[in-house]
Design a protein around this ligand. Structure first.
Ligand code: NAP
Length: 463
């Protein structure tokens, strides 16, 4: 038996619907707000007004960490799932149900049982602002979504029980998806896993899928990494390959199988922008590409985590002089990361017009390829595929590398490229493409599931 966790904004019916579901299933029901009140002997409004929200969150974190692991229905407080530590405790072995409702309904419900204000805003504005701020976290927590606006708690409870029993997809949709997966170059064990999840008579309707969208996608290390992470955190998901030359078909299959999300790779990072309902961060529109799609409550939201993977290891180099080699998607993410760190960036590219175009939209400079020596950069970022297997070339001559330089090669197959090898021989500080992969994958997992995986764990899994 699993643990069922209800999450969502206050006033969406978590307590009412959760307790009815528990009753129907013959399971105990726990409300984390009530546990906080019992533990402290005080009401939540008094904790908020006397000690502040931060103190309440500490109490909440303690009760979440102590929840029973199984055979229970839990209703969480409206802000509980924002905390990645709470998610690390809530997710293992659980199915998480996100309840939603429109602002007017929530306002009407909250008016009947006053709660402490979380901002100084009028109630409807507070609801709108907090819901927007928290949406990413609610979507990360959502295995199933149900809109309780316009329904009674009894109807909502029946609908949630039906979702848990049957899932959200039809057999026809899943059979069509299976044909799609069979047409891609997916390893046999992964195809067998998909058959079990999608079309086997004894399938678990609560198992969901997600995957990497690309063409080709077979080279991707994401399936191995994400499946290992799902096992580690006991999350009932399977990560696979959405491989097709047709992005529209990929999105259709993802929506029809109620996929949780997609990692996006070549050649779709740019085109994917046209297949989304929304963009979820400030970076993606500036970079002009997304590498992550999260599906929840019928909406596809795109994000870019590539730039975060480039930025993280370069934080100590704020303000440096940098050269980016290349002017494609990865170079665009690098330009955003480096300018965010206030670096003086020059873009060099085989096709100078593309360097010029990227420079103009990213606030960087550009130059002809042979300007490298004149610039004397502190940092070189290789964002071309030169050095990627089976290619053994380096984008720079050996004599162009100086020991004072930091060399970051975004290529990660092989982990030690010819450029990195030479840079190490010259005594340069080097950063491999694996580092970018690790950091961007951590950010992606956080967007998919709300858990902040330690760097050491991801590094160990990809090594
Ligand atoms: P892309 O959009 O196709 O851009 C490739 C860039 O490299 C273009 O500017 C292209 O120049 C240049 N280029 C290609 N072949 C070249 C050659 N033979 N000589 C000189 N320049 C050449 O590719 P991308 O998505 O940016 O990916 C670039 C690299 O980053 C790939 O190797 C990819 O694996 C790596 N990457 C790594 C990660 C990670 O997590 N570590 C994530 C994303 C990407 P033109 O404009 O002249 O065609």
């Amino acid at each position: 038996m699993k643990r069922i966790v209800f999450c969502g904004f206050r006033g969406t019916g978590k307590t009412e619907v959760g307790s009815l579901v528990a009753q129907q299933m013959g399971l105990p029901f726990i409300d984390t707000d009530q546990l906080v009140e019992e533990k402290t002997g005080r009401s939540i409004p008094s904790i908020f007004s006397e000690d502040g929200e931060e103190r309440f969150r500490i109490h909440e974190r303690e009760v979440v960490a102590d929840l029973p692991a199984t055979d229970v229905v839990v209703a969480t407080g409206g802000g509980a799932v924002i905390d990645p530590v709470n998610m690390e405790h809530l997710r293992p072995g659980s199915v998480c149900v996100l309840l939603t409702a429109d602002i007017a309904t929530i306002e009407r419900r909250l008016a009947q049982k006053p709660r402490p204000p979380l901002t100084g805003l009028p109630l409807s504005e507070e609801i709108a602002e907090l819901m927007e701020r928290r949406r990413q976290y609610y979507y990360a927590a959502a295995d199933f979504c149900f809109d309780t606006g316009g329904t009674s708690p009894e109807t909502a409870a029946q609908a949630v029980l039906a979702l848990l029993k049957n899932g959200t997809t039809t057999l026809t949709q899943r059979k069509t998806a299976m044909d799609f997966f069979r047409a891609g170059r997916i390893p046999a064990p992964a195809l067998a896993a998909l058959e079990k999840i999608l079309i086997a008579p004894d399938r678990d309707p609560q198992t969901r899928i997600l995957g990497v969208a690309g063409y080709p996608a077979a080279h991707s290390r994401s399936p191995a990494l994400f499946n290992a992470l799902c096992s580690r955190y006991r999350i009932n998901y399977h990560y696979t390959w959405f491989e097709s030359p047709d992005i529209q078909q990929i999105m259709q299959v993802a929506r029809e199988t109620d996929a949780k999300g997609l990692s996006v790779t070549i050649p779709f990072k740019r085109d994917m922008m046209d297949h989304l309902d929304e963009i979820g961060d400030r970076a993606a529109p500036r970079i002009g590409a997304v590498n992550t799609v999260v599906f929840a409550c019928g909406t596809a939201i795109g994000y870019n985590t590539d730039w975060l993977g480039i930025r993280k290891p370069l934080v100590p180099m704020k303000g440096a002089t940098a050269v980016i080699l290349g002017a494609g998607g990865a170079a665009s993410a690098a330009a955003f990361a480096l300018t965010d760190l206030e670096m003086k960036v020059t873009i060099l590219n085989r096709t100078p017009e593309r360097a010029q175009e990227l420079a103009a939209r990213s606030g960087c400079g550009w130059a002809e390829w042979d300007a490298f020596d004149r610039i004397k950069p502190d940092l070189v970022v290789n964002a071309t595929p030169l050095g990627m297997v089976p290619d053994t070339q380096s984008p720079l001559r050996d004599d162009q590398l100086k020991k004072e330089m930091t060399v970051f090669d975004l290529v990660y197959t092989p982990p030690v490229t010819p450029l990195i090898e030479t840079a190490r021989k010259k005594g340069c500080r080097t950063i491999t493409g694996i580092e970018m992969f690790v950091q961007q994958a951590r950010e992606q997992f956080y967007l998919f599931f709300g858990i902040d995986v330690p760097e050491t764990v991801v590094r160990e899994l990809v090594s």
